[in-house]
Design a protein around this ligand. Structure first.
Ligand SMILES: O=C(O)c1cc(C(=O)O)c2c(n1)C(=O)C(=O)c1cc(C(=O)O)[nH]c1-2
Length: 238
């Protein structure tokens, strides 16, 4: 494949498998979620947010080139901020605060679903164990996130009176960061996936990552829409 053909194949993976296609996302954006379902989504997704800088630090530690590290370290700063009270994780906690969770409870991750934990940990392990090229390729779901974030924010603001622009500020900050990160990762992959075998690994890494995202929404649906809540998971009645 030429780099353009590889990029088209990667975009086709997104068009077929990205989590904007999941029924939970439609339900969230269309205003059909109960407050408890939105609470469960925010609580579980905190774990994803919290592990992103850890997986990025793992990737950073494997980069031999300082120019690459300079580029990648920005991702960690985006999530952790430069100081207390700053950064994406803090902005996510503003959302969970507004939904009535204590920060200690959220940070303890005690109430998250087992499948959330397993999916997110699988992502961190993948980035630690596979080649640098595969680890970078697995972040390419971000090619598709600005659009889903736009739909999500406008849908949630229109339908739920328990969120507002302040509590959804995480998503205002995110699309330009995702654009910058995915531009870089895409250019890297286009340049370094030089054989059919490497190109297949890159495509498989993106498929894996779409599964990580999809599995988290499946778990939310099963537990909170269908009501098959696993033992120990957060309960709206508690
Ligand atoms: O809201 C979303 O739908 C969404 C999706 C993704 C993604 O596609 O992985 C990320 C994010 N948000 C996000 O906020 C984020 O920080 C992020 C980091 C990464 C990554 O793989 O490094 N993906 C995503």
């Amino acid at each position: 494949m030429t780099p353009d053909e590889l990029e088209a194949a990667l975009r086709a993976v997104g068009a077929e498998r990205y989590h904007n296609l999941h029924p939970f996302h439609h339900r969230l954006h269309d205003g059909q979620c109960s407050r408890a379902e939105v609470q469960a989504w925010a609580l579980n997704r905190y774990f994803y947010q919290s592990q992103i800088p850890i997986k990025d630090a793992t990737i950073l530690a494997r980069m031999q080139d300082s120019a690459l590290r300079r580029e990648w370290r920005q991702r960690i700063l985006d999530h952790d901020g430069e100081r207390e009270g700053d950064g994406g994780i803090e902005r996510w906690l503003v959302l969970t605060d507004s939904l009535g969770f204590s920060r200690d409870y959220v940070a303890s991750t005690q109430g998250i679903l087992p499948a959330t934990r397993f999916a997110v940990e699988a992502y961190v392990h993948f980035c630690a164990e596979r080649s640098l090229l595969e680890a970078i390729a697995s972040s390419l779901t971000e090619l598709f996130s600005p659009q889903v974030i736009g739909e999500r924010v406008s849908g949630m603001l229109a339908h739920y009176d328990f969120v507002d622009e302040r509590t959804l500020a995480y998503f205002t900050a995110r699309p330009p960061q995702a654009q910058r990160d995915s531009d870089f990762a895409l250019a890297y992959v286009r340049e370094h996936a030089t054989t059919r075998e490497l190109q297949q690994k890159v495509l498989d890494a993106l498929v894996f990552k779409t599964d990580v995202l999809w599995a988290q929404l499946d778990a939310l649906w099963h537990a909170y829409v269908e009501g098959h809540r696993p033992p120990g998971a957060w309960s709206p009645e508690a």
